[in-house]
Write a protein that binds this ligand. Structure first.
Ligand SMILES: Cc1ncc(COP(=O)(O)O)c(C=O)c1O
Length: 394
């Protein structure tokens, strides 16, 4: 299957960092199965359709717990995307007078909730700047920690440049200072192995609709086994199907953080995505495929497109996310031509990560980004390189 085979046309989809496409067939199958014959609301009733829905959700929690190295599946909090999970962690943890640290590679899904709290005069923020290769030094994080630091937030894989932070090292620094570490794994979940225990991560926000292959509306927050969940306040309050006699929110996980009906059909699809990844050969194979395509693109582009400019070397471009520009051309214009004239889907601009572009010197114009998925092929890259070569001459 390639990105065009499912649509039965000649389009090439290189925007997998935004959301992956196509979704594996198992995702559609599980979602259809859920809609056709399961359909119940989990944990709400004792009838068999509700129980079956609960079993699907529990299976998904169990698979996700295994994937991210947490022992108790109830520590997998189902959210609607990574942004939702990041908001739960950031707004749930920080209180007035706290200091928080983020890196200059953060997505707006981290920066905006933090800046909002700062704007309301609740917290102070330090931004730790990455190097001109997009890498954050753990010593710089250590230096930024002060007495009132209550949270360190780190982007694991950049959605702009594909660089990956040494999360284990940063985790050690946070553990030593006794400051919780929140990791934004939106771009790495399903690509780079993550173990919240050995990586010293307290909270991990992931998205289900990118490399895990699931549908939009899925994602979650992993609360590591040793992290005291009672220090986190829920974002939403309401019905959970548990302790219905009480008008107060339950205080146990996951119900405490999962008010309202879950995206059960999405969760069924996410389970299908994880199953597919296992059959595909696991995370290592996903990583190897993305790395292979990245190197192939760098080489072909450098050989054939005179005016192409990359911002990092392919060796540290890890997640199939490649940013570049054609010198002298607006990235948005090139993206438009790729879509309109060549049927190639790519994203241009700042990719919701203005600080990452400031760090790498590509602000405010931004870059053109190709983000490869497991269904992309070298043949598709050849077509894109030919297209870029022609565009760059015009
Ligand atoms: C690094 C990063 N963080 C957060 C997000 C937000 O993810 P979601 O769309 O699942 O909320 C994205 C999405 O592009 C991302 O790349």
């Amino acid at each position: 299957m390639t990105s065009s085979s499912l649509r039965n046309d000649n389009l090439i989809y290189f925007d997998n960092a935004a959301t992956s496409f196509p979704k594996p067939p198992t995702v559609m199958e599980e979602m259809m199965k859920f809609m056709k014959s399961i359909g119940g609301n989990p944990s709400r009733s004792a009838h068999s359709m509700s129980v079956e829905a609960s079993n699907i959700v529990f299976e998904a929690r169990t698979k996700l717990a295994e994937l991210f190295g947490v022992k108790n599946p109830m520590r997998v909090i189902m959210c609607f995307n990574a942004t939702d999970a990041l908001n739960l962690a950031i707004q749930g943890l920080l209180t007035e007078g706290d200091h928080a640290i983020m890196t200059s590679m953060e997505h707006n899904s981290v920066a905006r909730p933090l800046k909002e709290l700062e704007k309301r005069n609740k917290i102070k923020i330090t931004v730790v700047k990455a190097s001109n290769k997009g890498i954050v030094a753990s010593e710089d994080i250590a230096r930024a920690i002060i007495d009132t630091t209550k949270l360190v937030v780190v982007n694991h894989g950049s959605n702009v440049f594909g660089v990956v932070q040494q999360i284990e090292e940063i985790g050690k620094v946070c553990r030593t200072a006794n400051v919780p570490l929140l990791v934004d794994a939106s771009q790495t979940a399903g690509v780079i192995p993550i173990d919240v225990g050995s990586d010293n991560i307290d909270l991990l926000a992931f998205t289900g609709h990118k490399a895990l292959g699931g549908p939009p509306g899925t994602g979650g927050l992993i609360i590591s086994d040793n992290f005291d969940h009672s220090t986190l306040r829920p974002l939403r309050f309401g019905g959970t199907g548990s302790y219905s006699d009480k008008t107060y929110q339950p205080t146990f996980i996951p119900d405490m953080f999962e008010s309202g009906t879950l995206n059960t059909v999405g969760i069924a699809g996410l389970l299908g995505g994880i199953d597919f990844l296992e059959k595909y050969g696991g995370i290592q194979k996903v990583y190897a495929h993305k790395k292979k395509l990245t190197k192939y693109f760098y080489n072909a582009a450098r050989d054939n497109i005179r005016k192409i400019k990359f911002y990092i070397e392919p060796e540290i471009c890890e997640t199939g996310v490649v940013s570049f520009n054609i010198e002298g051309m607006e990235p948005s214009l090139v993206a438009q031509k790729l879509s309109d004239e060549y049927g190639i889907m790519a994203r241009a601009g700042l990719h919701c990560a203005p600080m990452a572009h400031q760090t790498m010197g590509t602000f405010p114009r931004g870059t053109l980004r190709f983000s490869f998925g497991i269904f992309n092929t070298e043949k598709e890259i050849d077509r894109a390189v030919d297209a870029l070569a022609t565009i760059s001459k015009g």
